[in-house]
Write a protein that binds this ligand. Sequence first.
Ligand code: GLN
Length: 285
Amino acid sequence: MSDVRTLLAAARQRLGCEDAVWESELLLSAVLGRPRSWLHAHPEAVPSAAQATQFEDWLLRRAMGEPVAYLLGRRGFWTFELDVGPGCLIPRPETELLLEEALARMPVDAAIEVADLGTGSGAVAVALAQERPLARVLASDISAEALALARTNVRRLGLEARVRCVQGDWYTATAGACFHLVVSNPPYLGETDPHLAQGDLRFEPRQALVSGADGLEALRTLIAGAPGHLHAGGWLLLEHGADQGHAVCELMVRNGFTEVETMRDLQALERVTAGQWERSAAHNE
Ligand code: GLN
């Protein structure tokens, strides 16, 4: 029987990828039900045969490309862990920019109504509801599988009183309601984007990644439909590809939005564009 040190050394070699050390530790600590620090404190511990077999199975699948997040069924995002699975996009760190920009437009003491369209695992909806205790969030997705994961996350984090999960395509899920904020991390890759053949994306739902030939189909729908679903002074906030900032700005301006601005993520890539609906009308109220 191998001890922790030996298992990890073999796993690192087996995976051979850039994150091999981190991934091996993450998988073994999940198998053992211990924090990663425990592995370092107990290199001589010997996992049971069942645990070693489970670790072996995960390593095999990981070596074939399966995302770590799907193997674990969990992914850390913002300040919490989310249940994830092959039915939803794996939450990404760059989406935290969408959250920060949304939170900057959500006063702590206001009963803000928010729509998170195409919520996937519920990452954005959950984070906004958690950070703003008076906010109410509609979280929608066309995929029943994704919505089931979102519902699980909303329930596990105790937010079911303020986050409503509804199945439906973009604005059809809103049933005509109006919001102070509409946010979305929609699919935005083009059909032939080479990233689709790389890394985790090979295993993620195509529906959550691809949107027409130029990747802009969902973004166009979200922008065109927003005026009918935003209160005066409300904001539309959209995540998009690093090369789509200009196109998204243009679409927002053409659809009557003001204060249109594109923000860069931690890698300095254009990632989120915001636009306000009828600001002057709001000021005159
Ligand atoms: N940011 C993702 C990627 O390029 C795409 C996710 C999306 O389409 N919303 O990996």
